[in-house]
Write a protein of this length. Structure first.
Ligand SMILES: Nc1nc2c(ncn2[C@@H]2O[C@H](COP(=O)(O)OP(=O)(O)OP(=O)(O)O)[C@@H](O)[C@H]2O)c(=O)[nH]1
Ligand SMILES: [Mg+2]
Length: 195
């Protein structure tokens, strides 16, 4: 969180994290399409030739005022490919909230668990405030015939109490409910801090 008291702007950072090809960029593309252009920035995507995220994607949204401040939500995605661990760490640093986008494809369970664990390792290494940040989990690609049942995915990830949403990001389903849930948790945490 960063506050610019002169402009009365509150910057909040939400990071979409998860394994390669789970649909993180697709979430931002859908959000970009459905938000009023007056209230959003351009979508900045740094991509490889194969459409894979290189470093990050970025989209900024403006919300209604909180305690006299205008919140600007900065959404980032991390690059999911294994060899971008250092970039993931840089993008995750300073996050106020995380959306973990899990891939429901039955063949991606190990990738989900590894990504989930390494995300927690990064967060813990950033110190106590980031270790306790709000996390929302999205089970994406529910349209796949090979989709793993949600209760099994929850067990594999050892989710304890994190809010979960099912999604088909490619058609937009579940994308905004996920965004609303993380935004709400982040904003209520910030309101507690500002009170
Ligand atoms: N079937 C299906 N495919 C999806 C869904 N969401 C995304 N995809 C596809 O999955 C592929 C990867 O999507 P991206 O959004 O680029 O995934 P990413 O997580 O940003 O990938 P990296 O940047 O490499 O980590 C694309 O071909 C998407 O069209 C979904 O809900 N269902
Ligand atoms: Mg991506």
């Amino acid at each position: 969180m960063r506050i610019n008291w002169q402009l009365r702007i509150l910057n909040l950072k939400i990071v979409y994290y998860g394994p390669a090809l789970s649909g993180k960029t697709t979430n931002l593309e859908q959000i970009y399409k459905s938000v009023d252009p007056q209230r959003r920035s351009d979508l900045v995507s740094l991509k490889t030739n194969e459409d894979r995220t290189l470093y990050f994607d970025f989209l900024q949204l403006e919300l209604g005022k909180i305690s006299g401040l205008t919140p600007q939500i900065q959404l980032y995605t991390v690059p999911g490919q294994a060899y971008y661990e250092a970039s993931r760490r840089i993008v995750l640093r300073g996050a106020d909230g995380v959306v973990f986008v899990a891939d429901s494809d039955v063949r991606q369970m190990r990738a989900n668990v590894e990504s989930w664990q390494s995300m927690h390792q990064h967060l813990a290494s950033f110190g106590p405030s980031q270790a306790a940040l709000p996390i929302v989990v999205q089970f994406n690609k529910r349209d796949l015939r090979s989709a793993m049942p949600v209760p099994i995915m929850s067990q594999l990830l050892k989710l304890n109490g994190h809010p979960c949403f099912e999604a088909v990001a490619i058609s937009g389903q579940g994308v905004l409910p996920t965004l609303k849930a993380i935004t709400k948790s982040v904003v209520s945490q910030i309101q507690r801090e500002l009170a």
